[in-house]
Design a protein around this ligand. Structure first.
Ligand code: ZN
Length: 340
């Protein structure tokens, strides 16, 4: 038996934030990073809720467990009816971490401001502890409501558009062939892949009119991989990113073509077109992402001296289980060497 669950309500498009008015008068805790507290977006969300609200604005990239514990203590003390995460994957994952250790379970709303992780619809969160990425997987972490508002996407930095977009591509490609794939997840993965392939260069070059569609595609890819699983690209990307703190999407951009080649011996990527390796490398060039780990700024010697640790971490990562080609530590060593 296979299952496909639909659990997060989606509000999307222009003025989607107005759906927050349904929480009028409720006690609300907003989790975000300092940028959105300073530019007024956090206050805009609080005003729409019109109730007692507090802002926890300490989120930073790769949220560490200590920060999550601090946020959870804040949540216990305030006891909100609604928990809202506003920001990129780090803010949403930090809020998920808080939920996983708090005693209460407020209504959970995710408002993504980047179009990449899909965390607004998934049961996954990635936290960090002493240089190691800790994936949390629990269906209870899926937000009750995700708000995809076009107005939050107008001023995205170019680098973030490229990194996040390539993360979506990696989610689609890995979900398409992952162990728990089904017709439902494949349909979603293929649609999201072609949407981002077509529109990402335009968004990267400054056309903000396509960003709403890419934002939806990122969420669609999230629904797909949440249920299908991911694979070796994400397993090794988590291992390298935990140790060397390089943007997740940038790492995926380097690793993904090699993982497609590796898996092609045991599965078909034909719904993505004739030559997905060529398509992914061409997109990578158009959005000016690196084609190797050293081109991404990592040190070859440091990577080689950490190779054993990285490959062990990749093998132990939950995403590894989804990969169609049966990965071994040697296979990860070959993959890492090919990406140097
Ligand atoms: Zn990812």
């Amino acid at each position: 038996m296979q299952q496909f669950q639909l659990s997060t309500e989606l509000c999307f498009g222009e003025d989607a934030l107005e759906c927050l008015e349904r929480f009028r008068g409720q006690r609300m805790l907003l989790v975000t990073d300092p940028f959105f507290a300073e530019n007024g977006t956090a206050q805009r969300v609080c005003v729409l809720c019109r109730g007692e609200s507090r802002i926890f604005a300490k989120v930073r990239p790769d949220p560490p467990l200590e920060l999550v514990a601090e946020g959870a203590a804040h949540m216990e003390e305030f006891d909100p009816e609604v928990l809202i995460a506003l920001g990129g994957g780090s803010a949403i994952d930090c809020a998920k971490g808080m939920l996983s250790i708090a005693r209460s379970r407020p209504f959970f709303v995710a408002i993504p401001t980047t179009s990449g992780t899909g965390s607004e619809v998934t049961s996954f969160a990635v936290l960090t502890h002493q240089g190691v990425k800790l994936p949390l997987i629990d269906p209870d972490l899926r937000p009750n409501l995700a708000i995809l508002d076009d107005s939050l996407l107008q001023k995205l930095p170019k680098q973030l558009i490229a990194d996040a977009g390539m993360d979506v591509i990696a989610h689609c490609v890995e979900a398409l062939v992952a162990k728990n794939r089904s017709l439902f997840t494949q349909g979603l993965a293929v649609k999201a892949y072609h949407t981002v392939m077509e529109l990402l260069p335009r968004s990267y070059e400054g056309d903000s009119s396509v960003r709403g569609q890419i934002h939806c595609a990122a969420t669609i890819a999230g629904i797909a991989f949440d249920q299908a699983g991911l694979g070796a690209c994400h397993a090794l990307s988590h291992a390298i990113g935990g140790k060397f703190h390089l943007a997740h999407g940038k790492l995926n951009a380097v690793l993904l073509p090699h993982v497609i080649q590796l898996n092609s011996s045991c599965c078909s990527y034909s719904p993505l077109g004739n030559n997905p390796v060529f398509a992914v490398t061409r997109l990578r060039r158009r959005v000016q992402l690196p084609d190797s780990l050293t081109a991404a700024g990592l040190n070859r010697g440091e990577l080689l001296s950490s190779a054993d640790e990285l490959c062990s971490a990749a093998l132990a990562d939950p995403c590894n289980e989804g990969n169609p080609y049966p990965m071994t530590k040697d296979a990860y060593h070959r993959l890492l060497n090919a990406c140097l």
